[in-house]
Design a binder for this molecule. Structure first.
Ligand SMILES: Cc1cc2nc3c(=O)[nH]c(=O)nc-3n(C[C@H](O)[C@H](O)[C@H](O)COP(=O)(O)O)c2cc1C
Length: 215
């Protein structure tokens, strides 16, 4: 067991605004460490803190517009050695207006070179619309010289249009569960326990596959 621990090192780099990616990453971390993988975890933190929820409808709309235009959000210093010494990378974060979030875009601009020659697995947390986010990441990673693996995508499990309405209300600081009509259709913001369990199981399978590849 101790021997396995030294064999593969995975760096998990992630940003999470409302803790959904953070919960997925925690489950993934559990799955990987159960299989003896050596982990380096780097949470990305914007220099200018972005508070959850936003202060209201205007700030939410303004953020959506900025992120639609792929505005970069500067991040605090990260541990570059932890990333460059890893054999495999997991890059996690939410979809923001069909794109990777501003802090992840900044990370790619400033530190993307660290991923050169590495396999990168994107983990995407979103309400539903992730494809453009993934294609953009794939293009950026290819340009850096990294290999982009098929993404692990986790949607919110609520039907439309309630998912859009409920997510927007939550982000803008209005509790959708307090609205008599919406609460009938909107059970919860974010991911379910089952999805977190799935993420852990997927991580265990990934660990097994990587360890097998090494031997
Ligand atoms: C500014 C902003 C824009 C968003 N745009 C999208 C979007 O285009 N598509 C989508 O499916 N979800 C979108 N979402 C919802 C988030 O992707 C979703 O809530 C995710 O689970 C949040 O993960 P986090 O808590 O790790 O930040 C957006 C959220 C924010 C804050």
């Amino acid at each position: 067991m101790e021997k396995q621990k030294k064999e593969i090192k995975i760096a998990i780099i992630y940003y999470s605004y409302s803790c959904q990616t953070a919960q997925l990453i925690k489950s993934i971390e559990k799955g990987l460490s159960r299989k003896g993988i050596d982990l380096f975890i780097q949470r990305i933190r914007p220099v200018k803190k972005i508070f959850f929820p936003f202060s209201g409808v205007l700030e939410t709309l303004s953020m959506m517009l900025k992120t639609f235009l792929r505005k970069r959000m500067p991040i605090e210093q990260i541990d570059t050695w932890g990333i460059s010494s890893a054999d495999f990378i997991i890059l996690g974060g939410p979809t923001w207006s069909y794109n990777p979030s501003g802090p992840i875009l900044y990370f790619l601009d400033k530190y993307g070179e660290l991923l050169k020659g590495k396999e990168v697995l994107p983990v995407i947390s979103c309400r539903r619309y992730w494809r453009h986010h993934y294609y953009y990441l794939k293009k950026r990673l290819r340009a850096i010289g990294a290999t982009c693996e098929p993404a692990w995508v986790f949607n919110h499990k609520v039907d439309e249009p309630w998912s859009t309405i409920g997510t927007f209300m939550t982000l803008a600081g209005m509790n959708p569960r307090h609205h008599p009509l919406i609460r009938k259709h909107y059970s919860k913001y974010g991911h379910s326990k089952r999805q977190l369990e799935e993420a852990r199981a997927m991580a265990e399978d990934l660990a097994k596959a990587l360890l097998k590849e090494k031997t």
